[in-house]
Design a protein. Sequence first.
Length: 115
Amino acid sequence: MIVEMRTYILHAGKLAPFMQLMEGEGIRIEAPVLGRLAGFYSSEIGALNKVVHLWAYDSFEERQRRRALLGADPAWQAFLPKVLPLIRDMHNELLNPAPFSPLPPAMPASGAAAT
């Protein structure tokens, strides 16, 4: 298993509109394709205007396949022009969990994104 940590630094004052867009549209498009959302957070202390979201995958290859599916999704392509102007910087890391780390639940075997 790997965990993808996506970190966005938003333009000042854009946290609320970003979260509203993600809650109202973005996650509904992403989650069925990407699978296991392990967390979605914003910072309160330290670096401000920062959003971190975590996605779990069984393998790097599964992550690549699912990200390609999302990139080709017409709904996602229509959503991007709404959300991208709110983001100043994006950072992406792939994390390997320690053997003792709690893991997100496995995905069900069925589902549109599993094909």
